[in-house]
Design a protein around this ligand. Structure first.
Ligand SMILES: [Zn+2]
Length: 113
């Protein structure tokens, strides 16, 4: 599914000024709104249903995620550039990866996830 020009415009209008918000929108457009990990269409603040439980961004909200996990040495490699190090992912995947990184013995998940 292509993202309509009106969506691109709305996405930028509601992006805010912070660099990570703007990078998130850039990636959202580049990835056609699809989560890098699961391919689900991610929601931006202007989408109905963006907010979930208790008014916080919901499980399908778009987030800025690190391409490499905390366990991957590439995460801190110099010269990769900020755009290469981040992907746009749904909050569900972002949280799942976060939880896996917190596990003490997850050294077998070095690349990819
Ligand atoms: Zn996802």
């Amino acid at each position: 599914m292509e993202i309509a020009p009106s969506d691109v415009q709305l996405a930028w209008e509601t992006a805010g000024k912070r660099w990570h918000s703007r990078l998130k929108v850039s990636l959202w457009i580049a990835q056609k709104g699809l989560c890098h990990w699961c391919g689900t269409f991610c929601l931006l603040p202007y989408h109905p249903g963006y907010l979930g439980h208790k008014g916080y961004p919901g499980r399908l909200s778009a987030t800025l995620d690190h391409l490499y996990s905390r366990l991957n040495p590439k995460r801190t490699q110099r010269g990769l550039g900020v755009v290469v190090r981040y992907v746009m992912a749904c909050q569900r995947c972002n949280q799942r990866r976060n939880q896996e990184e917190q596990k003490p013995k997850s050294t077998d998940r070095i690349d990819g996830i």
